[in-house]
Design a binder for this molecule. Structure first.
Ligand SMILES: Nc1ncnc2c1ncn2[C@@H]1O[C@H](COP(=O)(O)OP(=O)(O)OP(=O)(O)O)[C@@H](O)[C@H]1O
Ligand SMILES: [Mg+2]
Length: 265
């Protein structure tokens, strides 16, 4: 059983696209896959064709404890993926929790909230993938706390590489022996996303290899190129690997193979 959190606190680097397409690839290979949308933007839910704002059973209600995860999880027929959706209600949770903490014991420890509410699901799936918001708030920390593994979405440009420095500092704190939030957390590596055949992408990749390498973290061999297909797919309500196949699917097959080799090692 693997709980894989996909992260980088910079916005728009390809986290959600990674979760949607990697999850779909693994599910179509026969794995039992649950995707959890931990981002109030609800983009992961949109990738699978759900209009998140119309849903009244989402991660928000699950974290409050008013519905069970099983009552909120949707089954995506075409891929076999199970999805726990989110919508913009989730923005409010951070400010609601301190006032409600006296009545809702789970709110006493926000960094363990996801684990407290969803922990029992780990036994039901081969792989649980969590999509995080572009921040290091309690939702992201809570996703770090529950994860067995972390995958970093590394857009091949300057600011994403720069944001990696803050992430590496945060990870060092989270993985601190005894005092850290999750000392056992393993890092699969950084996936280069939106790669283009130009000097900027190549130089960013080399800088990232050096930077992550200094912390013993690998930049994966599987690279996700920039193609308009990934931008088009959400409008079709399908992950790109289902909507387009071809090269898109080939890149994700390679990534899935590399990730699986790492998590089962
Ligand atoms: N490989 C790619 N090539 C081209 N466009 C891409 C690629 N991956 C993602 N995109 C597009 O770039 C935009 C940002 O991607 P995505 O939503 O996955 O990033 P994110 O890191 O999840 O963003 P946020 O931090 O806001 O949640 C989206 O419009 C998406 O469709
Ligand atoms: Mg996203």
């Amino acid at each position: 059983m693997t709980i894989l959190t996909v992260t980088l606190q910079k916005g728009g680097v390809g986290k959600t696209s990674l979760v949607a397409n990697l999850g779909c690839t693994l599910a179509t290979q026969g794995k039992r896959v649950l995707l959890i949308d931990c981002d109030p933007q609800g983009n992961l839910s949109t990738h699978y064709g759900y209009t998140a704002r119309h849903l009244d059973r989402t991660l928000y209600e699950v974290l409050w404890g008013v519905v069970t995860p099983e009552e909120a999880i949707l089954t995506h027929e075409a891929s076999g993926v199970h999805l726990l959706p989110a919508n913009n209600n989730l923005w409010a949770l951070g400010s609601e929790m301190p006032r409600a903490a006296a009545q809702v014991p789970a709110f006493m420890d926000p960094d363990r909230l996801i684990q407290t509410r969803l922990g029992h699901l780990a036994e039901l799936y081969d792989l649980i993938l969590l999509d995080t918001p572009p921040s290091l708030d309690f939702l992201t920390r809570s996703a770090f706390a529950w994860a067995t593994h972390l995958l970093i979405a590394l857009q091949c440009e300057y600011f994403a590489v720069d944001a990696s420095i803050d992430l590496l500092e945060t990870l060092a704190l989270i993985r601190q022996p005894e005092r850290g939030l999750n000392p056992q957390l393993k890092i699969v590596g950084a996936v280069p996303t939106m790669f283009q055949k130009n000097n900027l992408s190549q130089e960013s990749l080399e800088t990232a290899r050096y930077l992550y390498g200094q912390h013993g973290i690998r930049v994966l061999d599987a690279i996700i190129p920039r193609t308009v297909r990934y931008g088009e797919a959400p409008a079709l309500g399908l992950p790109a690997v289902l909507a387009f196949k071809g090269a898109v699917r080939h890149h994700y097959d390679r990534l899935a193979e590399e990730v699986c080799a790492h998590v089962s090692a």
